[in-house]
Design a protein around this ligand. Structure first.
Ligand SMILES: *[C@@H]1O[C@H](CO)[C@@H](O)[C@H](O)[C@H]1NC(C)=O
Ligand SMILES: *[C@@H]1O[C@H](CO)[C@@H](O)[C@H](O)[C@H]1NC(C)=O
Ligand SMILES: *[C@@H]1O[C@H](CO)[C@@H](O)[C@H](O)[C@H]1NC(C)=O
Length: 528
């Protein structure tokens, strides 16, 4: 219909020049009289065509009233509640172009807050945006009540069919998505259960804390950064409803979570009370691996804004506990190793001695010659802080250890995620074992550069891999890693992630260390 209308309007606007004004007026008058008729005719044709072509729902029948100039708020509501029947995102957009007054905004705009939801008498309304490869999201408005016993969110007066969603950000990863608790958003039947907790005027954001939660990388990439992406625009005025909630997760990330919500978290499964909301988003937006695309953010925020919030949170913890009780500090932190050439460190910067934080792993991808590595770091001029994180290592301890560091060094693995705690312009050295170039770059290299770190990948040679002791020198495992990595993640994991340790060639590695050192010195001089 749209396409047919526009040329018409264009024709009306560009009447041939040279005619008298009267003639022009008469012409346009008759045109004005004819125009609605034409419109109606075209519309009727278009509706019939549309119906015949695809639309299983009578949505288009609602719109004629909308396209007349005097449609009431009531019919707008009607059109809006029918909006969920429109099956795809493109239809929404088209509908909006057809008539900007009547058409509801696309679901994605409601989720992102780029279009205000018209809160007319809180007409029940649910829509889902399933257009992204990484996650599905749903939006609900109206009288919304949680029903954790049936893993449901009940929306009174919801006219569309129930929606089922697994609110986790790895939709493309079928194996893990299957394990995520499914949430049903459905019409409530019969009498309403009384509200136990009424969240007046504060929307809810429901998401899963399951999946790969427990792995630092995934906690940030699949969880916290998407949470920031989705929740930041509320500036704290949002209630986080967490499915598959884990108490340790709150303990670990409280300093950050407190900056994303002004309210207590709701443990969706164990909290059997009925929580009542008038607006809810289910699911999280995700832009990619450890990244935030400012172009996709309502306020143009990026990963640095996320980092600022993160550091703000953990700085506050550090200030409230000026010194750690002795029992709390080390196992994770070895005592600082001072550089030997003090005079050289002095030349680097008057006020500080460059420090490198070295993350060590215990079971695989171990730095076999750590002792020599530490010596090489000291010779270069670095003070060395060794950190041995374990699953339960409090993040504020790690933050405290990283705050004075100018460079960070880690073998590829989840611990590299700690670079999020490093100041922009500090240096990150990732040691990349054989066969892991791709994940190293995708998961950490690119995100680190985006954060503004001086990123250096140190790709080891076959001689530096302990796999060279297990395989023949000419084996493709050593000389052409794509033979294995092309077979998929499982094969790659079996050999390159799980069976490999690293013995650095310190002659070769020393060059990278020296580069990192001169970088941090240059930065320090710039600051002074
Ligand atoms: C609601 O009630 C109708 C009719 O009694 C039934 O067919 C439908 O399955 C019910 N829906 C839910 C979600 O309980
Ligand atoms: C490495 O192996 C792949 C097959 O997995 C092959 O296509 C490629 O040509 C090999 N490269 C070299 C340098 O041998
Ligand atoms: C270490 O690296 C240097 C420089 O790249 C090289 O000359 C030397 O042979 C390597 N040492 C070993 C033991 O591989």
């Amino acid at each position: 219909m749209n396409r047919q209308q526009r040329p018409m309007a264009a024709a009306a606007a560009s009447l041939p020049p040279g005619k008298s004004t009267g003639e022009k007026d008469r012409k346009s008058n008759s045109f004005h009289r004819l125009f609605p008729l034409l419109l109606l005719t075209l519309y009727a044709i278009a509706s019939v065509l549309r119906l015949a072509l695809s639309s299983p729902f009578p949505t288009s029948f609602v719109q004629p009233s909308a396209s007349s100039s005097t449609f009431s708020a009531e019919s707008r509501q009607e059109a809006e509640s029918l909006k969920t029947h429109i099956p795809s995102e493109t239809h929404h957009v088209q509908a909006e172009e057809d008539n900007p007054v009547a058409a509801p905004p696309p679901c994605s705009a409601l989720i992102d807050g780029t279009a205000a939801s018209r809160n007319e008498a809180a007409a029940a309304f649910v829509c889902c945006d399933r257009s992204h490869i990484r996650s599905d999201l749903c939006y609900a408005r109206g009288d919304i009540r949680t029903d954790s016993a049936s893993s449901s969110v009940l929306v009174h007066g919801m006219k569309s069919a129930a929606e089922a969603i697994r609110p986790y950000t790895r939709k493309w990863d079928a194996a893990i998505t299957r394990t995520i608790q499914e949430i049903s958003i459905r019409p409530a039947n019969g009498s309403r259960r009384a509200c136990d907790v009424r969240h007046k005027g504060v929307p809810a954001l429901l998401f899963s804390n399951g999946g790969y939660t427990g792995n630092l990388y995934h906690e940030f990439s699949d969880g916290l950064i998407p949470l920031y992406v989705t929740a930041q625009r509320f500036r704290g005025e949002v209630v986080l409803v967490v499915a598959e909630y884990r108490p340790w997760w709150l303990a670990r990330y409280r300093p950050l979570l407190e900056r994303l919500t002004n309210y207590k978290l709701v443990d969706f499964s164990r909290d059997t009370r009925v929580h009542c909301f008038s607006e809810m988003i289910v699911g999280l937006r995700i832009h990619g691996e450890l990244i935030i695309d400012p172009w996709l953010m309502p306020d143009g925020h990026g990963i640095r804004d996320f980092q600022a919030l993160l550091l703000d949170g953990y700085n506050a913890v550090a200030q409230s506990k000026p010194s750690l009780p002795a029992a709390e500090s080390p196992p994770f932190l070895r005592s600082l190793v001072r550089s030997t050439r003090r005079e050289q460190a002095g030349r680097c910067s008057r006020s500080r001695r460059p420090r490198i934080a070295v993350f060590v792993r215990k079971s695989c991808r171990v730095l076999v010659n750590l002792r020599e590595l530490v010596r090489a770091c000291r010779r270069t001029g670095f003070d060395v802080q060794i950190i041995e994180p374990k699953r339960g290592t409090p993040l504020d301890v790690i933050h405290r250890a990283l705050a004075p560091a100018d460079a960070m060094l880690a073998v590829h693995g989840a611990a590299v995620t700690h670079f999020l705690f490093m100041r922009p312009s500090s240096a990150l050295i990732q040691v990349v074992p054989l066969g892991l170039e791709k994940p190293a770059e995708e998961f950490y290299g690119e995100p680190a550069r985006r954060l503004g770190l001086e990123y250096m990948a140190y790709k080891i040679t076959p001689e530096e891999s302990t796999l060279s002791k297990l395989y023949d020198r000419r084996s493709s495992v050593l000389v052409n890693t794509s033979v294995i990595t092309d077979r998929g993640w499982q094969e790659m994991k079996k050999i390159y992630l799980d069976k490999q340790n690293v013995k650095l060639n310190l002659t070769r590695f020393g060059k990278v260390l020296a580069k990192a050192y001169s970088h941090v010195c240059a930065v320090a001089r710039r600051i002074e």
